[in-house]
Write a protein that binds this ligand. Structure first.
Ligand code: NAG
Ligand code: NAG
Length: 359
């Protein structure tokens, strides 16, 4: 139908534009991705463990020495972690605060919030090893967050944020390395293939619960080449031999990522309106490890912190004379976690190749 613009119509459109502009100044609800919401383990924990009684903490120097203000927030790195880079890429604040961090409240969390807890996994029995937050409890915190968000912004705006937000999950490494291959319980019950299926089943229920709560844009994080973490390379216990990657763990990571990929395909078919993607860091991480100099690194097999072979958390203290001066030359910050620079490269890769769908 052809029609002529009348002054009246133009007025209505101007009013709509003005209303949209007003909404944009108070919240980011008009943005394509108004918030980044994070679940998982130390790969994405922004400091929730600071509030727990667990030994798995990093809210002291030298952690965070390259973060804004040199602050040790509880992130397991010298600087930022992937959700921070991803939030920045979506035009949000360049960091995602931890839900339990008393420095922040719902007005901050409206644009992004992290429920992750270092040491956790898909499996309840993994979080129990170091008394950290199990995944079901991260989800309970998320439900509480939804209530606070609705009280703060009103139901309509809150619901828009909830459905338009990008949900990032990243966990699984601890289920294998700290639980399955370390403790007898799960190994006596499942072979490795069955254990992977068990974890993928939990991932599936988790996505379905998030979907039921209104989430529509979800990135499941894949596993890194976990046989190449300095701790695994060094430790006899993990089959390390003189600094080589332990291939058997890398095979598990590849298999697990493959199973997650199948799950992602199925969820996209089953759940109307959902968009799930697999953010797989494996191959880009492996490329960095195989050719560190191509990415500006000098050292890939040991970490910056302390001797770089087995220390993390409290063993990475600020007085350790071995800690490196320039973390940008190292792929790993401590024996289990990448440096900010590595996090940045991997995040950029995932943003460009996977998360671009959400821009
Ligand atoms: C959040 O914290 C800021 C600054 O600390 C404060 O001004 C604001 O009133 C708080 N908002 C809510 C909703 O508690
Ligand atoms: C984990 O624990 C929670 C709380 O007890 C329970 O609801 C959930 O079913 C458990 N998950 C699995 C996979 O056993």
């Amino acid at each position: 139908m052809a029609y002529k613009y009348t002054p009246w119509l133009i007025w209505v459109q101007l009013l709509i534009l003005a209303a949209a502009a007003a909404a944009a100044t108070t919240t980011t609800a008009g943005a394509k991705v108004p918030a980044v919401i994070v679940f998982g383990d130390s790969s994405v924990d922004a400091g929730n463990n600071n509030q727990l009684s667990t030994v798995l903490k990093s809210n002291f120097a030298p952690y965070g020495r390259d973060f804004f203000g040199g602050r040790a927030t509880g992130r397991f790195s010298n600087g930022r972690i992937p959700p921070d880079f991803i939030a920045e890429a979506f035009g949000l604040r360049p960091y995602v605060p931890a839900y339990l961090d008393p420095m922040y409240n719902i007005s901050d969390f409206a644009a992004g919030v992290c429920f992750a807890s270092a040491g956790t996994g898909y499996d309840n029995s993994t979080s129990a090893v170091l008394s950290v937050i199990p995944l079901w409890k991260e989800l309970e915190y998320y439900k509480e967050y939804q209530k606070k968000l609705r009280a703060y912004l009103g139901v309509k705006t809150a619901n828009t944020i909830i459905s338009e937000a990008l949900y990032l999950t990243s966990m699984g490494t601890n289920d294998f390395l700290e639980n399955y291959y370390t403790l007898p319980g799960r190994r006596s019950r499942y072979n490795i293939d069955q254990y992977q299926n068990f974890l993928v089943g939990i991932a599936e229920s988790f996505v379905k619960e998030l979907y039921g709560l209104g989430a529509r844009k979800i990135s499941l994080g894949g596993l890194p080449p976990m046989g190449c973490l300095p701790l695994e390379r060094t430790s006899n216990f993990f089959g390390g031999n003189g600094g080589q990657c332990v291939e058997s763990y890398n095979v598990v990571a590849v298999n697990f990522n493959g199973k997650l990929n199948v799950l992602v395909g199925r969820l996209n078919k089953e759940l109307p309106g959902i968009k799930v993607v697999l953010s797989d860091p494996y191959y880009i991480f492996l490329r960095i490890l195989r050719k560190p100099s191509a990415y500006g690194f000098d050292v890939a097999s040991v970490a910056c912190c302390a001797t770089g072979m087995f220390e993390m958390g409290y063993m990475c203290d600020r007085l350790n004379p071995f800690t490196c001066t320039d973390a940008n030359k190292y792929v790993f910050w401590d024996s289990f976690h990448p440096t900010e620079k590595t996090n940045n490269i991997i995040s950029d890769f995932v943003i460009k190749h996977v998360l671009h769908e959400f821009f």
